[in-house]
Write a protein that binds this ligand. Structure first.
Ligand SMILES: N[C@@H](CCC(=O)N[C@@H](CS)C(=O)NCC(=O)O)C(=O)O
Length: 231
């Protein structure tokens, strides 16, 4: 089985698959995609008509030809099926359904992240958005509490944990750099336990970019009131 992983290190969606490839020790060839350029090229669009990373190109021994997989959550389900014997989701079907629901609920955190960046920190709306961030992170807090942690479904991480971590990382950066707030000060103790556990995870840490590589990306989108706070 050969795997090529097409990604951009700054992309949080691709980071989900990057973490999992590393955790599962899947040998892969990495192909770095320059966003805005390579992903607009016909050869890339032929692989993924949506023009987005991550993309996996796989060649299974049993199948005759190459297959292409994209959409981070689908890539990770594929890797779970092929390389982890489906062990990266909880034991019971209803819990597996919940893990998939949580993975899709990350989208709400993504949208609040972009709203935060577009907001004027001096206006009332900013406070409401910060409340919304807390509400989205409370989803993690509630589930970790229920499972007794440190992960969403107990003692072992699942695909749902991996779906969240790259975005929590970015929310944490935006809160600390632009809003001068520590994500750990939201009063969500089970969420803090979850984050502390991830922040010691060696494979996740290998995919975590230094602040000076991530911050310029966020500065491009940020409201000028937020940029002033960096000065
Ligand atoms: N739903 C997709 C989203 C992937 C995505 O938005 N990737 C971004 C980079 S972070 C991308 O490739 N954007 C290319 C573009 O919009 O030109 C997934 O989960 O894989």
């Amino acid at each position: 089985m050969e795997v090529s992983f097409l990604y951009a290190p700054i992309c949080p969606f691709a980071q989900r698959t990057w973490i999992l490839l590393k955790k599962l020790k899947v040998p892969f060839k990495e192909v770095i995609i320059e966003l805005g350029k390579d992903n607009k090229e016909p050869w890339f669009l032929e692989l993924n008509p949506l023009g987005k990373v991550p993309v996996l190109r796989v060649r299974e021994a049993a199948a005759q030809k190459e297959a292409v997989i994209y959409e981070s959550l689908v890539c990770n389900e594929y890797l779970n099926e092929v390389y982890a014997g489906n062990k990266l989701l909880p034991e019971y079907a209803s819990q597996r359904a919940l893990a998939r629901i949580l993975s899709t609920r990350v989208d709400s955190l993504v949208s609040v992240l972009f709203k935060l960046l577009k907001t004027n920190p001096e206006e009332d709306g900013a406070r409401e958005l910060l409340q919304e961030v807390r509400k989205q992170l409370q989803v993690i807090d509630d589930q970790v509490k229920l499972s007794e942690g440190p992960f969403l479904f107990g003692k072992s991480w699942t695909l749902a944990d991996i779906a969240y971590i790259p975005f929590v990382e970015r929310v944490s950066i935006v809160l600390s750099q632009f809003f001068k707030k520590d994500i750990r000060d939201l009063g969500l103790s089970y969420f803090n336990l979850w984050l502390d556990t991830w922040e010691k995870d060696p494979e996740y840490l290998e995919t975590k970019l230094p602040l000076d590589r991530l911050l310029p990306v966020y500065k491009k989108y940020a409201h000028e009131g937020l940029l002033k706070r960096l000065e």
